[in-house]
Ligand binder design. Structure first.
Ligand code: NAP
Length: 291
């Protein structure tokens, strides 16, 4: 049994995936733009992830742009049968590395075709529509027009399942009136817990919640309580942050990002850390201190 099986599995778009997956955003160059410093190292991270049992990889064609998907294809194609690759659309990159909303029917359709070509697949297993009303966090506003374009592409057979990212509960409800929503991907971690109620609601519906920035993203988590717990448990703070998420709710699927095989192994080993109740209570205080 792969070590990461200790974290269990959950259903994502009708497929069973291990709860510890991998987020590929860190494989592009600095600022998620351009090629990685060391392409062989990026290939090695992906191959090691799959060798350790990861069967859920999160990506986007706007990482690079295009480059991250091309690296995934080079590292892993033909893909293992059980691998679920989740991509996301609704943005493009400016020449200055900026993130620009790309929501017209033409841009969305182009993005789906770019993902198909760069990943080397005939159908995209899961496509997350990333709301761009505010690039930095969920903001109210209709997602009906662009999501209807995606639903159309799903009916045409180019997309198997649709998820949502950077969304509010109202947008999830609106999305469900347009198509089945198989997952939600928002920013969430030990110190940033705006979605606590949403996670539990999705869990009751059997819908996975996939936190991005599980380790704090561009600003890695730092907390004396987290460090103290990690030291007591003989683990690293990042491992404890992941173990906390695993214990927080069974419908949470993890996609920590890293460009390093060493960090990848460390993160996947979090599957074996069972946090006791008193430690959970202690760690819950980190969010209160950060609020
Ligand atoms: N839907 C969205 O809008 C959205 C936005 C952002 C990200 N995402 C997805 O979510 C995934 C996860 O988010 P993320 O990669 O931005 O942030 P993250 O997983 O919270 O953190 C990644 C950062 O932590 C470092 N790191 C990873 N493991 C570590 C370890 N064991 N010890 C110390 N440092 C470690 C990485 O550096 P090293 O490379 O040096 O390890 C990197 O700087 C992304 O890969 C992407 O697929 C989605």
């Amino acid at each position: 049994m792969p070590h990461i099986d200790k974290a269990g599995t959950f259903t994502l778009g009708g497929r069973t995936v291990r709860r510890l997956g991998y987020g590929a955003m860190q494989l592009a160059g600095p600022g998620v733009f351009g090629p990685p410093k060391d392409r062989d190292a990026a290939l090695a991270v992906l191959r090691e992830a799959v060798a350790q049992g990861v069967n859920h990889i999160d990506t986007s064609d706007f990482y690079g742009p295009h480059i991250t998907n091309q690296i995934i294809r080079e590292a892993l194609h033909p893909y293992p049968d059980d691998l679920v690759i989740v991509t996301k659309i609704a943005a493009r990159r400016g020449d200055d590395a900026s993130w620009i909303p790309a929501l017209s029917p033409d841009e969305l359709t182009q993005a789906v075709h770019d993902n198909l070509r760069n990943l080397g697949v005939d159908v995209l297993e899961v496509v997350n529509f990333r709301s761009m009303h505010d690039v930095h966090g969920p903001a109210e506003g209709s997602i009906e027009a662009p999501l209807s374009v995606l639903a159309d592409l799903q009916r045409k057979g180019l997309i198997r399942h649709i998820g949502l990212s950077n969304v509010t509960p109202a947008q999830i409800e609106q999305g469900r009136s347009i198509c089945d929503i198989v997952c939600v991907q928002n920013a969430y971690n030990l110190a940033h817990r705006d979605d606590d109620a949403l996670i539990d609601r999705l869990g009751r519906d059997g819908v996975p919640y996939v936190p991005f920035f599980p380790l704090g993203g561009f600003t890695p988590l730092q907390s004396s309580a987290l460090s103290a717990v990690a030291q007591r448990l003989g683990a690293t703070p990042m491992q404890v942050a992941l173990a906390w998420l695993l214990r927080r709710a069974p419908n949470i699927l993890l996609i920590p990002g890293t460009s390093s095989v060493g960090h990848l192994r460390e993160n996947l080993a979090a599957a074996g850390i069972d946090l006791p109740d008193d430690v959970m209570r202690e760690l819950n205080g980190v969010a209160q201190a950060a609020a």
